[in-house]
Structures are given as structure tokens and as C-alpha cells.
Design a protein around this ligand. Structure first.
Ligand code: COD
Length: 297
């Protein structure tokens, strides 16, 4: 994956998907959804206070012709209705609008009508990194706060499943820590070594896993060579597995806000993909995230 534009083709190749959007009152979400529908990437169902949605659309000069609007006035019932549209199969994927992340995720995790699949839900962001000339995945900087070893294995499996859906048969997975040697006082290095052995023993399949690796020797062949790390992953990683949400969130946002990288993010592991963009994301990021969700739904 050299850049993220392939997501637009990937999502149209798989047919036009229906996206249910909870509380699309922010200009960020509404503009992105309108643009995605205009480009034929998705067909949208907007769920919320219809007067508010129409007022925002008219303020932004957006046409809602051809959109289905489902009336639900308060945020909780709109979120519940959106999740139910997806869990009942009336929509193929879900997108968060102007509603708190925790409210949406708790609705998704609802035991009676949510989108649980039995798997752990986790976040994956793809980052287009021009100096490397390729796309890196980062997981999980958006959902699981401080995953233990078994949660990290589930997080890798979710991300690897996403790579497979996008046509990458054997992604190279670097499990990151601050250093590339196992240090008994650094839990991230012990978990990384365990995950590497789990993959070697067939407990994690469909990918190559190596760790602990530091960020530099995960992505730079020169750094890996200087450290004399002989591995099929070091210097060539496709996917970076971070120790916790703080590390993942910081790496992702550093790429976006300090290096100007293009990104696309999604929550995996539910019965359907969940697109969760933030109001500070660019239109490009929002469109790419919708395309990613639609491509894998
Ligand atoms: N996958 C599957 N089931 C889960 C997950 C998960 N990742 N997390 C919790 N559950 C299940 C639990 O097994 C339990 O049955 C139920 O949900 C409630 O679990 P709690 O009490 O541990 O979780 P909550 O409801 O307090 O919080 C879950 C959140 C996802 C809301 C929480 O983990 C959270 O806020 N994560 C960080 C989200 C965030 O702020 N992201 C930043 C975006 S930039």
C-alpha cells in the first residue's frame, strides 16, 4: 500500500454500501458524508433531529436530496437507533457524528442490540507516510486503553483481518516498545516477545510478527541494519502495534498534525465497521475513513 487513494477504488469495487450516521450536526461530518455520497462511495442514512440536520446543511450550502433522514431528537436515542439500523442489517456500517465517543462506543457494546461479535473491538488507523513511500497501520490508539497480552493478540488479529480484506495477504507486524531488547522491567517488551512467539507457534496467523522493536528499527531498514536486527519485519513493517492508547494516539496524531500525513481510521471487531472521525480531521481523512469502512464492511 503506497498511498491511501486505493481505498476509494476498494470501496466502489465492493458495491455501494449504506452508512448510518449518528447525529450528523457538525459541519465536519455532514460535509464528508455529502461528499462521499456525491462521489458514489456510500449511500447515507442520517439519524438525528431532522430540523437541526437540515438547518446545518442549509447553512453549509449542502443539498440533502437523495438522503434518508431518520428522526430521533436526543443524542442517546439517535445513537441507539443508528446502532440498531446497522445491527438489523438495514445499514452496512456506522459513523459517529456530533456525539461523545464514549456514548457511541457504549451503545455499540450494548449486549441486547449493539454490534458485539464476541471479538474484542479495536481501533486501526492507516497513515500515508511520504518519506517511507508507503502506508503504515497503527493499532490501537483509539479504543483499548491498556491492553494486556491476550487483548494485544486480539488487536493484532483484528488488524490483520483488515489487511486481508484489503488484499494484503501477509502483513509484517512490528510490536513496538521503547527498545528492541527484552527488558524484564518493561512490560511492553515482554508482551512483544510473547506475541512474536505466539505467531511463531501459530497462535496468531496470516502475518509475520516481530518484537520488541523500537519505532526507528521497525520502519527504517538503515536503523534495523545499524542495530543488526535480522528479521523479516524490522525496517519493513506494515503494521505498528503500540503498547497502549497513549502511545498509539500520540504516534497517530504526531503523524497527522506535525508531519501532515493523510490518515484513515476505523474500529474493527464489531459485526460491522465503525467510522469514528474527529472534528479536527481534514475532509480527506474523513472521506478516506468512510471509504475504508465501506471497503471492509
Ligand atoms: N471490545 C469488546 N468489548 C468490550 C471492549 C472492547 N474493546 N471494551 C469493553 N468491552 C465490554 C466489556 O467486556 C464489558 O462487557 C462492557 O463492554 C463494559 O466494559 P467496561 O466497563 O470495561 O467498559 P466501559 O463501558 O466503561 O468503556 C468502554 C469504552 C470503549 C467506552 C472505554 O474503553 C473507552 O472509553 N475507551 C477509550 C475511548 C477513547 O477515548 N478513545 C479516544 C478516541 S481519540
Amino acid at each position: 500500500m503506497k498511498n491511501l487513494d486505493f481505498l476509494f477504488d476498494a470501496c466502489t469495487d465492493s458495491g455501494v454500501k449504506k452508512i448510518a450516521v449518528a447525529c450528523p450536526y457538525g459541519e465536519d461530518t455532514l460535509e464528508a458524508v455529502c461528499e462521499a455520497q456525491k462521489r458514489g462511495l456510500v449511500q447515507a442514512i442520517l439519524v438525528g433531529d431532522s430540523d437541526r440536520i437540515r438547518a446545518k446543511a442549509s447553512e453549509l450550502g449542502l443539498s440533502l436530496d437523495g438522503f434518508e433522514i431518520v428522526e430521533e431528537c436526543d443524542d442517546y436515542s439517535a445513537t441507539e437507533r443508528t446502532v440498531k439500523l446497522v445491527s438489523s442489517g438495514k445499514a452496512d456500517l456506522l459513523m459517529k457524528g456530533l456525539v461523545k465517543t464514549a456514548t457511541l462506543l457504549k451503545a455499540v457494546l450494548n449486549k441486547e442490540w449493539g454490534l458485539r461479535s464476541g471479538a474484542l473491538l479495536s481501533h486501526l488507523v492507516f497513515v500515508e507516510v511520504p518519506p517511507l513511500g508507503r502506508v503504515l497501520g497503527i493499532t490501537d490508539g483509539g479504543m483499548n486503553m491498556y491492553p494486556n497480552l491476550s487483548a494485544k493478540a486480539e488487536i493484532i488479529k483484528n488488524a490483520v483481518g483488515c489487511y486481508h480484506s484489503l488484499g494484503v495477504e501477509c502483513p509484517k507486524v512490528a510490536v513496538l516498545a521503547a527498545v528492541e531488547s527484552v527488558n524484564p522491567d518493561m512490560t511492553a517488551t515482554i508482551d512483544a516477545a510473547s506475541l512474536t512467539m505466539m505467531a511463531a507457534r501459530g497462535q496468531i496467523e496470516g502475518c509475520l510478527v516481530d518484537g520488541p522493536l523500537a519505532l526507528d528499527n521497525a520502519v527504517s531498514p538503515e536503523a534495523a541494519a545499524i542495530k543488526k536486527i535480522d528479521s523479516p519485519v524490522a525496517g519493513k513493517a506494515d503494521l505498528l502495534v503500540v503498547p497502549d492508547i497513549e502511545a498509539g494516539n500520540l504516534v497517530g496524531k504526531t503523524a497527522m498534525f506535525l508531519a501532515g500525513c493523510r490518515t484513515a481510521g476505523v474500529i474493527l471487531g464489531a459485526r460491522r465497521p465503525i467510522v469514528m472521525t474527529s472534528r479536527f480531521d481534514s475532509m480527506d481523512t474523513k472521506l478516506l475513513s468512510i471509504a475504508l469502512g465501506a471497503a471492509i464492511s
